[in-house]
Write a new protein. Structure first.
Length: 453
């Protein structure tokens, strides 16, 4: 990477890709990229001086990116290999690297704190970065979401310390060799890549085995991986109200906030007011706090950071809070995540009617976890199902939202298209409204916020 003078990102609008793009702009490099459609994030990147093209033709490439010499191309699995620009880069002998390889190279000369897991990694890594930054540490952080505190997915600092989300998709996290790592969850996911849950668990064990000698590995209690650990790697478990190395006790809800006391080997944090709701986020906060304490922060510093954390965009993000209606947007796109979100709403707003708009992400995930989706969405009072967001996939025969709706027996099920759903909702809607999913359902957030604010 040191020999590169220019970097072109194929899929620059992705959350991980855009953080890298911002990093290299900060380092003074020429950066450009392609994405399929303009979004709020690509518009921000353009405002920061990055040239972005929205046509896949080779002719659309910026002139300076048409020379293979001195140009690094960064790719993401979200862009198909038959993309005309990708094919051009291969044909012309460009240097091409995956996003994860680039992140791994950046972190090689730094102390890396990595957060892995099929759920919770974005919230936990963003919170961990906030704890360190709030305590005055000048760290670097590559985040898988937009931090509400900083309105960005990238923090740039002077210390050789990197906080990063370790993505299991496509085994990307195996390019990382962290000094500290946490594994928040290992529920089956990405079976289009791994084939079986067992294969996915093997990859997580391999990731855990890459923690550096003398480092630390944190795992939610109940996760069994049996990694082959390097010399002197210390292991810690964490849990809520269970026998573990790090424990959250006395979890309670008051005035719309969760409170808990954290017991850790590095001290006790008494009656902490947490910035995010939900028992799953109590666990995420405990994991981030334990990592920060192990890193060297004091209990007072960590408690102050926890209480000033305002969350991550699209992670239980409360957009409207009125007497008649509360509107929450959440990225949940796996049955476990959906259940955690809906359960949190039930705890925070007991007795209120919950309407959920859900957009499934990927045909393969919908097929693989159909029964789980049916069960989790049935906890809603009303469920509006949008067509499956295909992302990188072609349709699979017989796999659609009608299949999900047919298996739901408690919630009232309706179907709608993305473009029609806002107007299909009553103006005087009451209770709690949720938008759920990882596709382009985020385009509903601003219209719904305006409608019900």
């Amino acid at each position: 990477m040191t020999s590169a003078k220019r970097i072109y990102f194929l899929g620059i609008g992705g959350i991980g890709m855009s953080a890298l793009a911002r990093y290299f702009v900060n380092k003074g490099m020429a950066v450009a990229g392609y994405d399929k459609t303009p979004t709020a994030l690509t518009q921000q990147l353009e405002a920061e001086g990055i040239c972005i093209v929205y046509e896949d033709a080779v002719e659309a490439l910026p002139e300076e990116m048409r020379s293979a010499e001195g140009t690094l191309v960064v790719i993401t699995p979200a862009v198909p290999v038959n993309h005309p620009q990708w094919q051009y880069f291969v044909r012309e002998g460009y240097r091409i690297q995956k996003r994860a390889q680039v992140l791994g190279a950046i972190s090689q000369q730094s102390r890396m704190l990595a957060v892995a897991g099929t759920h919770g990694k974005t919230t936990t890594s963003t919170l961990l970065a906030h704890l360190l930054h709030h305590a005055g540490r000048s760290i670097n952080a590559f985040l898988g979401g937009i931090s509400v505190n900083y309105n960005t997915n990238l923090l740039i600092g002077t210390e050789r310390v990197v906080v990063a989300e370790a993505d299991e998709y496509d085994r990307s996290f195996l390019t990382l060799s962290p000094q500290q790592a946490v594994i928040t969850s290992v529920d089956p996911d990405h079976l289009d890549i791994y084939g079986t849950h067992e294969s996915m668990l093997e990859a997580f064990a391999e990731f855990a085995s890459q923690v550096q000698p003398g480092g630390s590995l944190f795992c939610k209690k109940g996760i069994v991986l049996n990694p082959i650990l390097a010399t002197d790697v210390k292991t810690y478990t964490y849990a809520i109200e269970e026998d573990a190395d790090c424990v959250a006790r006395n979890v309670e809800i008051s005035d719309g906030h969760y409170f808990a006391t954290f017991h850790t080997p590095w001290g006790v944090l008494e009656h902490v007011r947490l910035g995010l709701p939900g028992r799953h986020n109590v666990e995420n906060a405990l994991a981030a706090a334990a990592m920060a304490l192990c890193f060297g922060l004091s209990p007072d510093q960590v408690k102050a950071g926890l209480e000033t954390f305002t969350g991550v965009r699209r992670r239980f993000e409360r957009r409207v809070e009125g007497h008649q209606l509360v509107y929450i947007d959440d990225y949940a796109h796996h049955p476990t995540e959906l259940s955690a979100c809906i359960q949190s709403v039930r705890e925070l707003y007991p007795g209120r009617r919950i309407t959920g708009i859900f957009q499934p992400h990927l045909f393969s995930r919908t097929r693989d976890f159909a029964s789980g989706f049916m069960q989790s969405l049935d906890a809603l009072d009303e469920c509006i199902l949008l067509p499956i967001y295909p992302a990188r996939e072609e349709p699979i025969a017989g796999v659609d939202v009608a299949m999900l709706g047919a298996g739901m027996h408690r919630a009232h099920v309706r179907y709608a298209d993305l473009k029609d759903v806002v107007e299909a909702l009553p103006q005087n809607l009451t209770g709690v409204l949720l938008t759920l999913g990882a596709g382009d359902i985020d385009t509903l957030v601003e219209p719904l916020t305006r409608r019900y604010q």
